[in-house]
Design a binder for this molecule. Structure first.
Ligand SMILES: Nc1ncnc2c1ncn2[C@@H]1O[C@H](COP(=O)(O)OP(=O)(O)OP(=O)(O)O)[C@@H](O)[C@H]1O
Ligand SMILES: [Mg+2]
Length: 268
């Protein structure tokens, strides 16, 4: 299902109770002939338009879980479905973004954004218009013809985000996408991400080490603990999205930070 079709219908509020977009039951992953249990018994549903944040200490299986959902890594056990279909490999409904910008240095911003369309076949006028719209959405209209080396790290990640949206996938998986950026840039991009994902109605899973970032962005926070990697708790964030940065100094917000921190028991 393309994002555009879901744009009007799938706000998180109206979507509660809808058929899950992602459905995981007892998903596990072991490495090294079973010696390393990277992920154990992951069971959850993600509803249409929902924003899930995954938090947990290094090595608890966050990237492993995301790569399994993306179909980039084979699970060792359990059942995993996207739009009701068992995940057997990479699929066009799902797009993933990594911590490092993975732009092609010899292509301009708009040429990078158009890459998924080019890989899928011929680039049409509609693809071009969509790419221009996404550059506008990510605040990059004036930099459409700049090369990656002419852009800051934050701008490069915004190009990568626009390229992710260009795929038309309605499930976005973001693995610490702003982790390498300074705190100010990261905070600004989080505000933009909150707005953009609400606007396009994408179903999102977002990995972070930062509890405040998780609560600012997510409808629900999956708290993971290591050895074996497990989802130890799921914390609801009952605050309307998209959110204003001012929410971060409210008592409700701080109570949620304390709740997640308590679940982690100092393990972050
Ligand atoms: N390809 C692999 N081969 C062997 N072990 C692996 C592999 N990938 C991950 N692991 C192990 O699985 C566990 C979970 O790794 P994963 O990368 O999912 O953690 P993470 O929560 O994303 O950590 P970080 O926050 O540092 O990115 C770790 O113990 C790691 O060593
Ligand atoms: Mg990781």
């Amino acid at each position: 299902m393309a994002i555009a079709e879901r744009h009007q219908s799938a706000t998180p509020e109206t979507a509660r109770g809808d058929v899950p977009v992602i459905s995981a039951h007892d998903v596990s992953k072991t490495f090294g002939d079973g010696r390393v249990v990277a992920l154990n018994g992951a069971t959850f549903d993600v509803r249409p338009g929902e924003f899930i944040a995954l938090v947990g200490p290094s090595g608890c299986g966050k990237s492993t879980l995301l790569r399994i959902v993306a179909g980039l890594l084979e699970r060792s056990g359990g059942d995993l479905r996207v739009h009701g279909e068992p995940v057997k490999g990479p699929h066009t409904d799902v797009a993933m973004m990594f911590q490092k910008p993975t732009l092609l240095a010899w292509r301009t911003a708009i040429e990078n954004v158009l890459l998924p369309a080019e890989i899928a076949g011929k680039v049409t006028e509609a693809d071009r218009q969509k790419a221009e719209g996404l550059l506008e959405l990510t605040g990059l209209t004036d930099f459409a013809f700049s090369f990656p080396r002419q852009l800051s790290g934050g701008m490069q990640q915004r190009v990568a985000l626009a390229r992710l949206l260009q795929t038309g996938a309605d499930v976005l998986l973001l693995d610490e996408p702003f982790g390498a950026l300074d705190e100010f840039t990261r905070e600004r991009l989080n505000v933009e991400l909150s707005r953009i994902t609400s606007e396009v109605g994408a179903t999102t899973m977002f990995v972070t080490h930062n509890i405040g970032e998780a609560i600012f962005l997510a409808d629900r926070v999956f708290v993971m603990t290591p050895r074996p990697g497990e989802i130890a708790a799921i914390v609801d964030v009952p605050l309307p999205r998209p959110r204003d940065p001012a929410i971060q100094v409210t008592p409700e917000f701080n109570a949620l930070v304390a709740e997640v921190r308590g679940t982690l028991g100092g393990r972050l």
